[in-house]
Design a protein around this ligand. Structure first.
Ligand code: SIN
Length: 297
């Protein structure tokens, strides 16, 4: 593994050829230096997933670190933990059964008008093995498409729906849901399908599990294309996998990646804290947006 020399205030070690990096040599809870946070943001724009190792965060310091990246995005579904409007505590106990929280490829709150720009997840209790999180690059999906497919998708608007979101979350008995969380069921937003990242200008495909159909097309007509995009996103060469350690703070560029939790640690406890940073309303890109290509897969 070779260090990314573009970052000097901490060490950045790319995880795979597609996306993701480990970060070491920084204690975020102990620095408020704006230059460090700007460089961290630049590393996130470049690598899309950062596993920042060896942090010692409390809910209070996680809150402070997160808010240095920007205001809270809001979370219309989950009840926050006591004392913090912007933090949700995810707990999996050793005797819990069924799927773990987030065990399917998804983007956080993709059905919002402005999906969160950054998700941050801090690992407090991590199983001895298992419980990794996998990520997939939506920039690579764009790069993998033929010119004809890019052109077709550029002309489409996606309908992203919160239908089913309440039921998925309600299955987790340890997850508190907001009293008005069922309003997600009625929420539908329109976003372009081919978008440009606001910082880098790079095109990505806004594929997500909540992409229900394309405007002007039926669900049956849309489904094969959506299935194709989701299957392309999770091709192994477009993914990375974060192996957690106690004290890892993983943050991801939420609108340009999909992620999934892995439920392979029965009999063990896992406790994480999640917060999100406000994002942007996805902007359409032309298929010929100039700009750097993502890392070669
Ligand atoms: C999530 O989907 O936000 C949680 C991911 C994880 O717990 O690994």
């Amino acid at each position: 593994m070779q260090r990314d020399p573009r970052f000097t205030r901490f060490q950045v070690w790319p995880l795979t050829g597609a996306l993701g990096a480990e970060v070491s040599g920084i204690d975020l809870g102990k620095t408020s230096d704006a230059a460090v946070y700007q460089e961290m943001r630049r590393a996130l724009d470049e690598h899309h997933v950062l596993a920042v190792r060896d942090q010692k965060l409390t809910p209070q310091t996680l809150h402070e670190v997160a808010r240095r990246f920007g205001p809270f995005s809001g979370n219309p579904v989950h009840s926050p933990m006591d004392g913090f409007d912007d933090i949700v505590r995810f707990v999996r106990e050793p005797d819990d059964t069924g799927k773990v929280i987030g065990e399917e490829w998804h983007m956080d709150l993709a059905w919002m008008a402005k999906p969160p720009g950054i998700t941050m997840l801090y690992g407090e209790v991590i199983p001895p093995v298992g419980g990794d999180t996998c990520f997939a690059s939506l920039e690579h999906v764009y790069q993998a498409l033929s010119p004809t497919m890019r052109q077709l998708l550029s002309g489409l608007t996606g309908i992203y729906s919160g239908k089913g979101v309440y039921a998925i979350n309600a299955k987790h008995s340890r997850l508190g849901l907001r009293n008005d969380a069922t309003t997600a069921e009625e929420t539908e937003v329109e976003h372009p399908v081919i978008c440009a990242h606001p910082a880098t200008g790079r095109p990505y495909v806004f594929a997500a599990s909540v992409l229900q159909r394309f405007k002007g097309m039926s669900e049956a007509e849309s489904k094969p294309i959506i299935d194709f995009l989701m299957a392309t996103a999770i091709r192994p060469e477009f993914t990375c996998r974060v192996r957690w350690q106690t004290g890892t703070l993983t943050m991801w560029d939420n609108p340009v990646v999909l992620h999934t939790a892995i439920g392979d640690y029965p009999g063990h406890r896992r406790v994480t804290y999640r917060t999100t940073v406000e994002g942007w309303a996805p902007r359409a890109a032309s298929p010929e947006v100039p700009g750097a290509t993502p890392r070669a897969a």
